[in-house]
Design a protein around this ligand. Structure first.
Ligand code: Q46
Ligand code: ZN
Ligand code: ZN
Length: 312
């Protein structure tokens, strides 16, 4: 196949777009598309300061690289979760993130959860008895809380994450299977948030995972290949596999699934857009972040529980 732009040999074939491009034109196409999505979903402007949540994986490092190439003011935030899993996961991902920041002369904030809260994520999860033996519930809660906290404390207008289409389609699939209307209402490329919190955006939400891999390889970005060891056997991986099977026989199915959802939601065809969550939110008595729980938010309650248990 030949590159649609220059006629040279193509190196990336995107069946779902009926598009093939050479390496050079692929490296132009990805940021152009990203810019298009940023504008379409009104994510941010060049005047705003962006905080990119970086994990050392291909999506977040790829996102950071694209935003910088597009001329945006984007700093990084790395959360040290303290996960080893026999592969030194957190340590490796942190060094790759630091290396990327140093190579491009970028500002990177690092928050070490153990230093902040006394224990690494797997231990916090164990002590608090949340999440049925897996640290993911406490991990997700902590990541959300810390990203919001840092974005707010350091005055960032926007928090950007590297979620790609495969991630978004899997979440959508799960929420649809359960008809979780509250979650469906909250899912989207750009989420305006309650008072004092940064907007949350996902500029890569229309790129397939393999498109991000191709981008990072073509740009020579070194990223951590392994997933977090606790991701194994998760529901979201199972949904991704199912959607991949569908995609094999129907190229573009994932993209259509996600885009039609966004369209239907926007036009109000699916749900009556009620401001349900907002109506019940109030600031947490301890950290001030919005919560629907009475008194303290679930993060602060979890941490209270943890600090009341003597360390063994
Ligand atoms: S939640 Fe669970 Fe992830 Fe945290 S413990 Fe690892 S797999 S990193 S997206
Ligand atoms: Zn070309
Ligand atoms: Zn709180």
């Amino acid at each position: 196949m030949k590159c649609r732009k220059c006629g040279e040999k193509a190196s990336v074939h995107m069946r779902q777009h009926k598009l093939a491009l050479c390496k050079e034109h692929y490296l132009e196409w990805v940021p152009e598309q990203t810019e298009r999505f940023i504008k379409k979903y009104q994510m941010f402007t060049p005047a705003e300061k962006i905080l990119v949540a970086v994990s050392g994986g291909k999506d977040s490092l790829g996102l950071w690289d694209i935003l910088i190439r597009l001329g945006y003011q984007a700093d990084g935030l790395y959360l040290g979760l303290g996960i080893d899993g026999g592969i030194n996961y957190s340590h490796e991902s942190q060094s790759l993130t630091e290396k990327f920041a140093a190579q491009h002369d970028l500002k990177l904030h690092i928050v070490d959860i153990e230093k902040e809260y006394g224990q690494p994520i797997p231990v916090l999860a164990e002590i608090s008895h949340r999440g049925h033996g897996k640290p993911c519930a406490v991990c997700g809660l902590t990541k959300r809380h810390e990203m919001n906290r840092i974005a707010r404390d350091l005055g960032y207008a926007v928090l950007a994450t590297g979620h790609n289409l495969d991630d978004e389609a899997a979440v959508l699939f799960g929420n649809t299977l359960n008809w979780s209307s509250e979650y469906l209402l909250r899912q989207g490329p750009a989420l305006p948030l309650a008072d004092g919190l940064a907007r949350k955006v996902k500029p890569l939400c229309r790129f397939y995972e393999r498109e991000m891999t191709a981008y990072c390889v073509a740009r020579g970005i070194e990223y951590i290949y392994e997933e977090c060891p606790f991701a194994e056997g998760s529901q979201s991986i199972y949904y991704k596999e199912l959607l991949n099977q569908l995609e094999t026989t129907r190229p573009g199915a994932k993209l259509t699934f996600y885009l039609r959802f966004l369209e239907a939601r926007k036009s109000g065809e699916l749900f009556i857009e009620k401001d349900i969550e907002r109506a019940h939110l109030h600031p947490c008595e301890k950290c001030g972040q919005p919560t629907s729980a009475p008194g303290m938010c679930s993060f602060c309650r979890t941490m209270e529980k943890v600090s009341s248990v003597p360390a063994s």
